[in-house]
Write a protein that binds this ligand. Structure first.
Ligand code: GLN
Length: 480
């Protein structure tokens, strides 16, 4: 047994009781990271030197902090002072920031130890972990399969028990989708709750900081530490924060939960459907009401195109500063324009270039109303519809993905105009459209490969979402 296989709460207790030292934990986490690197390619950087230095300088007076002495990893789109931060892009290949993201500062102050920066789909634009500039990130549960993205390496590191928690970012589903394929917890709290200062912007109206853990209680613990107003992030919420861990009481009596038929019905796999129905009956047995409700399918078929229009437009504008002159693989050219054009053409992968072309087109004077502004209006209609549902229901529960992790080579083909793809596979972007707290937990195993379900709740009701998720997690475990 290794302490790294345990929950944060248990590791913390072991540290307090002197059963293990933080140095032992960190050394073992680095060993495991090196092993995982060989099989899954999950890291941009394993911060061995920095982590050992940090652990040797830990302030013993802070030992009661829950995360004190506990190793963790962060997606490589968080700024880390004096540590390479590339966002898995050639254009930032040599970028070493001079400052920390706010969440990194908070964790440093806690005494948590950063042991690695993890790979992502380049600049967080993607969903399969296959577009990192350093190569594919594979699933530790089956190396022929994807772990999903964009927070691929962070998810892989928690799935493989390298660390008990990992920072990620979520603009469309980039934490909650890989969590489904790794069989772990992926949580994206209410937009504006966790500071985004120092997170590389992809599409700021949709970007969230979130994280992976191995159980829901740990998610609440980490959230309570990261949650809080930050004057350096002008979108940071000033609404008083609520301690979520204190609200986990495993009581969901009287909660009203909705399943949206038009999102759920396209799910074809009978075994996964069965397991989902079982999860619903567990909720009912525990005293919640679960109802299947209808929405306008046509409105929900727009989720994916609306997401692509808004996110590509915002991404084009935010990433215009990446000229590749300072940190990347600068290419030759006769004029500065030519240098930038050659460098950007060379520096980004084809799917990112498509998004930038799309974004420039959408934002051009002739198209901005017909495309960008219209997409924002449809986004509002979707959010209004979800808020209408939230007038009656406390939460919405749905399968997070339609199946287990896809194969890397020759994945099963999927019709991109089907409701399975347009609605079910992309529905979690609703959580980003409205900024709703949203969590994925495992519920079904097909030939040992996990599938997650997703629970989304009202804004600022993170505590209720976490309690519901923790309760269902417990009920599913007891059932086994
Ligand atoms: N898969 C989505 C995309 O390709 C989500 C990305 C994200 O959440 N960062 O953009």
């Amino acid at each position: 047994m290794s302490y790294l296989d345990l929950s944060i709460k248990e590791i913390h207790q072991a540290l307090i009781d002197g059963k293990v030292t933080s140095k032992e934990l960190v050394v073992e986490a680095i060993e495991r990271a090196k092993k995982l690197q060989k099989t899954s390619n999950a890291f941009v950087t394993i911060c061995e030197k920095e982590a050992l230095e940090a652990v040797n300088n830990l302030d013993e007076r802070k030992k009661d902090n829950l995360l004190w002495g506990i190793p963790y990893v962060a997606k490589d789109n968080f700024s880390t002072k004096n540590i390479l931060s590339t966002a898995s892009s050639n254009i930032l290949k040599n970028y070493v920031p001079i400052y920390n993201a706010q969440v990194i500062d908070i964790l440093n102050d806690q005494g948590a130890i950063l042991i690695g920066k993890t790979v992502l789909d380049e600049l967080a634009m993607g969903g399969n972990g296959l577009s990192c500039n350093t190569g594919y990130c594979t699933n530790p549960l089956d190396s022929k399969r994807q772990i999903g993205g964009s927070s691929a390496g962070s998810c892989a590191a928690v799935t493989a028990n390298v660390v008990p928690f990992a920072l990620g970012s979520d603009t469309g589903d980039s934490i909650r989708k890989p969590a489904s394929f790794g069989g772990i917890i992926g949580f994206k709290p209410t937009w504006s709750r966790i500071s985004r200062y120092g997170l590389f912007a992809f599409a700021p109206s949709l970007d969230h900081v979130g994280f992976f853990t191995k159980n829901c209680e740990d998610s609440a613990l980490v959230f309570d530490i990261l949650n809080g107003y930050d004057s350096k992030d002008f979108t940071s919420s000033t609404i008083e924060k609520e301690e979520t861990i204190e609200n986990i009481n495993y009581n969901i009596k009287g909660l009203k939960i909705a399943v949206i038929n038009q999102i759920y019905n396209p799910l074809e796999n009978k075994n996964i459907r069965n397991d989902f129905e079982k999860a619903l009956s567990l909720l009912e047995k525990a005293g919640a009401t679960v109802e299947k409700i209808d929405v306008d399918a046509n409105l929900y078929r727009t989720i994916f195109p609306v997401y692509m229009v808004i996110s590509s437009a915002e991404a084009t504008s935010n990433n215009a500063c990446l000229d590749g002159i300072n940190y990347g693989n600068t290419q030759d050219g006769k004029t500065i324009d030519e240098v930038i054009i050659n460098t950007r053409s060379n520096g980004f992968n084809p799917s990112i270039k498509r998004r930038f072309v799309l974004g420039s087109y959408i934002l051009s004077k002739d198209n901005i109303d017909a495309l960008f502004n219209k997409a924002k209006k449809i986004r509002r209609l979707i959010v209004n519809d979800i808020n209408r549902i939230f007038q009656t229901y406390d939460a919405i529960i749905l399968p997070a993905t339609s199946n287990v992790a896809p194969l890397i080579e020759n994945p099963d083909p999927i019709d991109q105009l089907s409701d399975l793809y347009l609605i079910l596979e992309n529905h979690m972007a609703i959580g980003n459209f409205g900024g709703f707290p949203s969590i994925t937990i495992p519920f079904s195993y097909q030939n040992k490969l996990p599938v997650g379900l997703n629970i989304t709740g009202r804004n600022f009701e993170d505590a209720k979402v976490l309690n519901l998720a923790a309760t269902l997690e417990k009920l599913i475990k007891e059932e086994k």
